[in-house]
Design a protein around this ligand. Structure first.
Ligand SMILES: Cc1cc2nc3c(=O)[nH]c(=O)nc-3n(C[C@H](O)[C@H](O)[C@H](O)COP(=O)(O)OP(=O)(O)OC[C@H]3O[C@@H](n4cnc5c(N)ncnc54)[C@H](O)[C@@H]3O)c2cc1C
Length: 436
């Protein structure tokens, strides 16, 4: 494992107070970074207990290099798996369409690991680090009102929290997004849903035909008509994470539902026959409606020192596995900018600079993820033949349907340095507005 010798985090001479609304992966990461940059951070979380629902999550190198700076990479590495490759099969399992090396490739090329981790482990490690740094996380604290004159967040039972800066990391259904927009902005259905299941690898080992999954830690995709499957190992290879992304069949108004035992075997009856054994091992699975929000004109309130981050302003389909990674990048960018702040009069412009530095990149990731659906879910026919031919080009070219093998997109995704962006962004800000 690589660990950073040099800290890229600059510590401010002007400690400010921050309220972070939402203790998800993004909010807690921001709390860690801003505290390391010298600020006093309080996190307000509506849930009574902390935790992350769901199963596995991928931490790509653009995120792991930041998590190293935040002092959590070693703890993450202890409970993670390092996938060697990404590989893409056609739905019949007869053809490997594309591959991409991950370990040690991303360490050698981009300086960071590609980890697989259980969400609960990832969140626990971030929360432990935040608390160790002195971040106060207040639970059972739902924010439903904000006074933009005084930078104060309110709960329905009358508690109030005033600070120099408010960072809203309150997720896809962000209340603060609606308050900033001054209108309801509900999440919309994307037309897809995700089945998520965990399987014990000790049980899987009884099936020789599933050796292609458990023998090595890889990420395996099957691309098929309207559906794709993502399979990877977690927790030192002892747990297998399976996600099926398929058209939304949930009843109106129901966002999560347990799936029947028969659903997956029925859905995949004509796919690669090895998958039959996989579904036999899924004892319990639920399906989650995939929702999204629309791009906002701005993430920062007109006058108040309040900004959005993470899924609150750039939620995405999970098809590039970058949602949380983009929230961690936001956290690093805020850390880099606010580590350099010298005067309170700079706060609002600093939040605007944060948005300017981050918005185009997150939009490209969101659009890229949406585009993956068309690529992954092709029906057999001329489009699929063209896709597979592009995948087969060696070496892969720009526009490769496997986005991680596309050399241009890969560099864009993995080669991003949020701390360097913040450093140059700060230099621009103070050069353009020296009187701030
Ligand atoms: C199936 C699936 C697979 C995915 N896989 C990956 C992956 O492999 N890699 C990756 O990087 N990303 C992945 N993602 C995306 C990732 O999960 C999200 O982008 C990420 O968790 C967003 O973090 P967040 O902190 O911005 O928001 P959230 O995790 O939604 O956290 C928001 C927090 O705010 C709290 N909150 C909300 N409203 C209020 C309020 N009014 N007051 C107080 N608290 C409030 C909530 O309770 C919650 O704790 C995946 C997503 C899905 C659905």
């Amino acid at each position: 494992m690589t660990t950073s010798q040099d800290s890229k985090i600059v510590k401010t001479s002007l400690p400010l107070t921050f309220t972070v609304v939402g203790a998800g992966l993004g909010g807690v990461a921001a709390a860690i970074g801003l505290t390391l940059a010298g600020h006093k951070v309080t996190v307000l979380e509506q849930a009574i207990e902390l935790g992350e629902v769901g199963a596995g999550i991928q931490i790509p190198p653009n995120s792991s290099i930041i998590l190293d700076q935040f002092g959590v990479k070693e703890a993450i590495a202890k409970v993670s798996t390092l996938p060697e490759k990404l590989r893409f099969f056609n739905w019949k399992g007869t053809k490997t369409l594309s591959t991409q090396d991950l370990y040690p490739y991303t360490v050698e090329k981009y300086g960071g690991e590609y980890f697989h981790i259980h969400r609960a482990d990832f969140h626990r490690i971030l929360v432990t680090r935040a608390r160790e740094l002195g971040v106060e996380i207040i639970l059972g604290c739902h924010i439903d009102k904000v006074d933009f004159e005084t930078n104060t967040c309110y709960t329905p039972d009358g508690r109030s929290f005033t600070s120099d800066v408010v960072i809203a990391a309150d997720g896809l259904k962000s209340k603060i997004r609606s308050l900033i927009l001054n209108k309801d902005d509900p999440a919309h259905d994307t037309g897809d849903l995700a089945y998520r299941a965990l399987i014990k690898v000790s049980e899987m080992r009884k099936y020789k035909e599933l050796k292609f999954i458990y023998e090595k830690p890889n990420i395996t995709f099957f691309w098929g008509p309207d559906i794709h499957i993502v399979i990877y190992l977690l927790q030192g290879g002892e747990t297998c994470n399976v996600v099926v992304l398929s058209p939304d069949t949930l009843p109106a108004g129901v966002n999560v539902q347990n799936a029947l035992d028969t659903e997956l075997p029925e859905m995949f009856k004509d796919w690669d026959p090895r998958l039959k054994s996989l579904w036999a091992l899924v004892h319990e699975t639920s399906k989650w409606r995939l929702q999204n929000s629309r791009e906002m004109d701005t993430w920062v309130h007109d006058t108040a020192n309040i900004a959005l981050m993470g899924d609150a302003c750039h939620a995405t389909l999970p098809y590039l596995a970058q949602g949380a990674a983009q929230a961690v990048e936001d956290a690093a960018c805020l850390t880099g900018l606010f580590g350099r702040i010298q005067k309170k009069s700079q706060i609002h412009a600093t939040l605007q600079k944060f948005e300017e530095l981050r918005k185009a990149r997150t939009t490209r990731v969101v659009q890229g993820s949406t585009n993956c659906r068309n690529v992954y879910h092709c029906h057999d026919g001329p489009e699929q033949v063209k896709r597979d031919a592009l995948c087969a080009l060696n070496p892969p070219q720009e526009g490769c349907p496997n986005p991680w093998a596309d050399p241009v997109f890969q560099k864009f995704l993995f080669g991003y340095d949020a701390f360097a962006e913040a450093e140059s962004g700060w230099a621009e800000l103070t050069a353009v507005s020296p009187s701030l």
